[in-house]
Design a protein around this ligand. Structure first.
Ligand SMILES: [Zn+2]
Length: 281
């Protein structure tokens, strides 16, 4: 993996760790765009190139070329979001059971030690969609977050000049709660937009109410950027899919809020933050 370096290694930085191209835009696209627009250095690690995904339009890719095409789509989406660096970690889409987890975790630890991010964002343990790749990335990224600070983990990286590094915060990005989803559906219904498809697509993903959400990011200011990034993932965007079928007035409703749980350090009960980096350093 090409080293990750940034101009000022002590300045604010957010690292997102995901499984497939498009996870970044769906989950946290508005938040990444928001922080990039504030001058925060943002970067993405992606475990796979998404080579097992859909091909929305056969003129865009073949089964053989899909990985390369989707890698290009992620690089374009990252540019739209203002993300400064993207690294693919070389595992195969849909094959989490056969991933070389030791190698993958050491690359994540190496990236954290090189980049020195203030905050790391990844999937929750259930992977949001129960996708085994997402669940594996959640587990490995969580371990890597802690292991990066521990000099006994991957000591050869330290011999090669890296230092142990404790990132300040670890977040899981979440979908809305079931109550939050009902609120979104009610607002869509008020706009005269049919909600059955949304209920179908997202009803099963809604977050249990008891999950602590510490940051609710209003990303309505960057929702257009988020949509443009999503649309870079052309192979994943069939015309009948919800993103392309979304009427403009529905955009801020559906895409304009992103939810985060701070899993390290665990905040005191009832604490709410205004953003991922609020109150730091
Ligand atoms: Zn995914």
């Amino acid at each position: 993996m090409r080293p990750l370096t940034r101009p000022d290694p002590d300045a604010p930085c957010i690292l997102g760790i995901f499984a497939h191209p498009d996870d970044e835009s769906f989950m946290v696209g508005g938040t990444l765009a928001h922080y990039a627009s504030q001058g925060v250095y943002t970067a993405i690690l992606c475990a796979t190139k998404g080579e097992a995904g859909e091909i929305a339009d056969p003129s865009l890719a073949t089964r053989e070329t899909l990985g390369q095409v989707r890698a290009g789509e992620l690089r374009r989406a990252a540019r739209v979001l203002g993300v400064r660096a993207v690294r693919f970690l070389g595992e195969l889409d849909g094959q989490a059971a056969t991933w070389n987890v030791e190698r993958l975790r050491s690359l994540m630890v190496q990236a954290i030690r090189q980049l020195r991010p203030w905050a790391v964002v990844t999937f929750p343990p259930g992977g949001t969609t129960r996708h085994p790749d997402h669940m594996a990335v959640s587990r490995l990224a969580t371990e890597a977050f802690h292991w990066a600070a521990d000099p006994s983990r991957y000591p050869w990286q330290l011999v090669r000049g890296l230092a142990p590094f404790q990132a300040r915060r670890l977040f899981y990005g979440h979908p809305p709660s079931s109550v939050g989803l009902e609120r979104v559906l009610a607002r869509l219904a008020k706009l005269g937009i049919p909600t059955e498809k949304f209920r179908e697509d997202f009803g099963g993903l809604a977050l249990p109410e008891e999950t602590d959400i510490h940051v609710v990011m209003d990303v309505s200011a960057t929702v257009d950027v988020k949509l443009r990034a999503l649309l870079c993932h052309r192979t994943q965007m069939p015309a009948e899919g919800f993103v392309r079928a979304l009427p403009p007035e529905a955009l801020p409703v559906v895409l304009g809020t992103e939810f985060f749980q701070q899993v390290w350090p665990v905040p005191a009960p009832g604490v709410q933050l205004g953003g991922l980096l609020d109150g730091l350093p």
